[in-house]
Design a protein around this ligand. Structure first.
Ligand code: 5GP
Length: 341
């Protein structure tokens, strides 16, 4: 239903290129958008074509975008028109790769769905949300390819101000060591207890290491937030959807490596590159692999990223992280409309 007094804003959960859409009534009038773009819906009276602007270009004329219904249909037609080819990562995302986490199955690219070929909502209604100073902080989620320094950044941030930032205490099924304390290093639980947390979706992430289960529970994150602190955690990108609840209101920060091609563009950069490799302890091939992985993460999960930081130097990245976290807690941000009742 259209409310003429209140503008509707949505987050694009998919991308759209009018130049590649033969069905658009007028190609030049189309508004191209990428995953994660916030769109102001100017008119949604037509069942097939809406008018919208990007909030980054509010001064411009509105353009045509497919309605929710039409875009969903396009997505579905696209996926089913694709023959199964395992080498294509986009197709295999739907047909093949199955990510198991927190007792749920995730098919990359489909949103939170649990049946083959299902397509998530193409637009998510969003509103401006500003945390009231008296309310709990938002969970800060750090995502990035392994090796990019996500762990190190989290550690440094907490070190800067341990009274303000804290990690959640993970659960484990391994036994406690003599120098450890229950609730400090870990919560030590039985396999049955751990599994019941998993199956009741109370684990945000988990994994197995040397035959034991390790993971972070929603309650452990809540415990940090209840103390008035800012909880900072790393997540695999396919775990973001589990954490994306009204309860935790996560602010997701993507950490990516600096692009090789970008760094190589000038000779002046030689010193920067050397510093980078020394700083990050990398070989060139590792960086290329990491860059590829970062690109995949961005193309599959970019719609969930609230902020992106390029880590080409740990000090700078940490300063940027600190400032982003501050803004996430103190300034208005776009969040799913369902989080604000
Ligand atoms: P340790 O038993 O030596 O304390 O931890 C061994 C390993 O358990 C760590 O190196 C890490 O791989 C894994 N681990 C520890 N905490 C967590 C956690 O919260 N989640 C997951 N998925 N793995 C963890």
């Amino acid at each position: 239903p259209v409310n003429s007094h209140k503008m509707v804003y949505v987050r694009a959960m998919t991308e759209y290129w009018p130049q590649e859409d033969p069905a658009i009534p007028c190609m030049d009038a189309g508004l191209p958008f990428q995953k994660g773009d916030i769109l102001q819906i100017v008119d949604q009276n037509d069942a097939l074509w809406w008018q919208a602007r990007k909030i980054s270009d509010l001064g411009t004329c509105a353009g045509l975008i497919p309605s929710n219904h039409l875009l969903k249909r396009k997505q579905r037609e696209f996926w089913w028109s694709q023959p199964y080819q395992p080498h294509n990562h986009l197709k295999s995302a739907i047909y093949k790769e199955e990510f198991v986490g927190c007792g749920q199955k995730f098919y990359i690219g489909t949103g939170a769905s649990n049946c083959y070929g299902a397509v998530g909502a193409p637009y998510e209604e969003v509103v401006r949300y500003q945390r009231h100073p008296a309310n709990k902080h938002r969970l800060i989620v750090l995502v990035g390819p392994s090796g990019v320094g996500v762990n190190e950044l989290r550690r440094q941030l907490i070190e800067l101000n341990p009274n303000r930032f804290q990690s959640a205490v993970p659960h484990t099924t391994r036994s406690k060591k003599s120098y450890e304390m229950d609730g400090r290093e870990y919560h030590y639980v039985s396999k049955e207890t751990f599994e019941s947390l998993m199956y009741s979706h109370r684990m945000l992430e988990y994994g197995e290491y040397k035959g034991h289960l390790y993971g972070t529970s929603v309650d452990a994150v809540q415990a940090v937030l209840d103390e008035g602190k800012i909880c900072v955690m790393d997540l695999e990108p396919q775990g973001i959807q589990v954490a994306r609840t009204q309860e935790l209101k996560p602010y997701v920060i993507f950490i990516k490596p600096s692009s090789m091609s970008c760094m190589k563009r000038s000779r002046k950069n030689a010193k920067i590159i050397t510093d980078y490799f020394v700083d990050m302890k990398f070989k060139e091939e590792d960086l290329q692999e990491m860059e590829d992985l970062a690109q995949k993460m961005e193309s599959q999960f970019g719609q969930f990223f609230d902020h992106v930081i390029v880590n080409d130097n740990l000090q700078d990245a940490c300063a940027q992280l600190l400032s982003a976290v501050q803004k996430a807690q103190e300034e208005p941000q776009w969040v799913p409309a369902t989080w604000v009742s």
